[in-house]
Write a protein that binds this ligand. Sequence first.
Ligand SMILES: NC(=O)c1ccc[n+]([C@@H]2O[C@H](COP(=O)([O-])OP(=O)(O)OC[C@H]3O[C@@H](n4cnc5c(N)ncnc54)[C@H](O)[C@@H]3O)[C@@H](O)[C@H]2O)c1
Ligand SMILES: O=C(O)C[C@H](O)C(=O)O
Ligand SMILES: [Mn+2]
Length: 542
Amino acid sequence: MTKSPVEILNDPFLNKGTAFTAKERQSLGLVGLLPPYIQTLDEQAAQTYAQVESKTTSLEKRIFLMEIFNENRVLFYKLFSQHVVEFMPIVYDPTIADTIENYSELYVQSQNATFLSIDDPDSMKESLKNAADGRDIRLIVVTDAEGILGIGDWGTNGVDISVGKLMVYTAAAGIDPSQVMPVVLDTGTNNQDLLKDPMYLGNRHERVTGDRYYKFVDQFVKTAEDLFPKLYLHFEDFGRDNAANILNTYKDQITTFNDDIQGTGIIVLAGILGALNVSKQKMTDQVYLSFGAGTAGAGITKRIYDEFLQQGLSEEEARKHFYMVDKQGLLFDDDKTLTPEQKPFARSRSEFANADELTSLEAAVKAIHPTILVGTSTQPDTFTESIVKEMSAHTERPIIFPLSNPTKLAEAKAEDLIKWSDGKALVATGIPADDVEYNGVTYQIGQANNALVYPGLGLGVIASTAKVLNDEMISKAAHSLGGIVDGDKAGAAVLPPVSKLDQFSYTVAKAVAQSAVDQKLNKEPISDVDKAIKDMKWEPKY
Ligand SMILES: NC(=O)c1ccc[n+]([C@@H]2O[C@H](COP(=O)([O-])OP(=O)(O)OC[C@H]3O[C@@H](n4cnc5c(N)ncnc54)[C@H](O)[C@@H]3O)[C@@H](O)[C@H]2O)c1
Ligand SMILES: O=C(O)C[C@H](O)C(=O)O
Ligand SMILES: [Mn+2]
């Protein structure tokens, strides 16, 4: 179907704006519809970048960048790729949290997303087809928005996380933006402020749960798989009660991934490996404490635990190294409210003389003497000076990762952790952190955000045509990030910098694709993994 000139200018996958050549303007019927000077992509990027810079707040910058995204994908990604470090926190986390909270107020355009309503399941297939508009969809990011970052339930507004995660896939790993689709499953919201807000654009009822919810998710998975047979299905920010259930249901059947469980597990394992490379300590000597044992906390713990097994410990031996603290304090095995993911790491009260007193993080740290503390609690400023001092008193180089997002929810600031530990803490944060100057050393702070790994992982899975994404591939992804940072340099970060995102996405992709091929999980024959990845890679150019 050929598009009319106006349709072309309104199609972000086709529109080149002022970069349409004289010949294209003639042949497509665009003569007179654009100013006469023909810009190059570089000129367009320079001009739009100056406009971005003229905005004073991150939110204004993001709103402007989304205009470019809505109008011209090549230009958007050219700009993004030229300014990755500057734009990541604007396009993605933390600014994305503001656009989700204000989605209805800020709404101008649907951004090629698909909105699937639990009240209208019969139109699901048609909706997905309409949104694909004939495109060959290889990657969907889907959310039901029950647990957006650490800010909770945002109903239909959560669609922005699907859009944002996909933008990072393209900027970091070169996934073709015409082959992706953001989806929100609107199953209602329990956010009372949204339900009362006359401007709210989603379904105005409480969340549907139980069978009807799982049937709707299943209908979505089956319909999407049926329509797009080469699909890699990424789940994002589902609630704690559903995320692991959904992953466990589908992970052996289709090519799927849960970012909060698996992506976060990979980046934290990579960060810990990086930290141990600095401290020259052994993984299996570490004592691990997860603060906030929800979707991410439990997913990370399981990944690190699996690493202990891989390094030769028995299940029983390995389990002795792990502790979890959630709302109720240290998790014990007599607790009836434990989730299935928490149960394996709950401890026996008989291990402690003062078990009943271990109801706070501080008490737990005193009793356990963890060497690694990872925060996924959504509780700001909970890694206090006294906790950090207590950890530092019992271990030479404490590994402390406050990972809750966005910025306002982080368990601690990198700067404080460095200061309170007298420069000893090996720190990574969920959102970007500035260098910290302390006692004449410049400490670089790694970003332990799943965005550093999920794009490469996805590229590797898609390029290798893998049937499933399994633990072996996930482990290979985490280990592939080693060696990029020089751990012997004073103040070295525990993870590679965002400025090298495209390079290490490629490293991750190669490790994952090679693992898929080695395990014979590829659906199509692949003789050269490197070439398969390079052939997949999309670049922003006309
Ligand atoms: N850096 C990253 O890549 C990354 C990845 C995923 C999640 N996260 C962050 O981790 C946080 C949690 O995300 P999630 O998806 O696991 O959410 P979740 O709701 O599944 O888990 C949060 C957990 O924290 C617990 N909690 C609440 N209050 C607490 C308290 N006072 N003390 C101890 N625990 C408490 C909850 O009971 C729950 O188990 C979010 O802020 C999210 O942004 C970061
Ligand atoms: O979205 C992010 O920044 C990371 C993570 O998936 C989260 O939920 O916080
Ligand atoms: Mn997430």
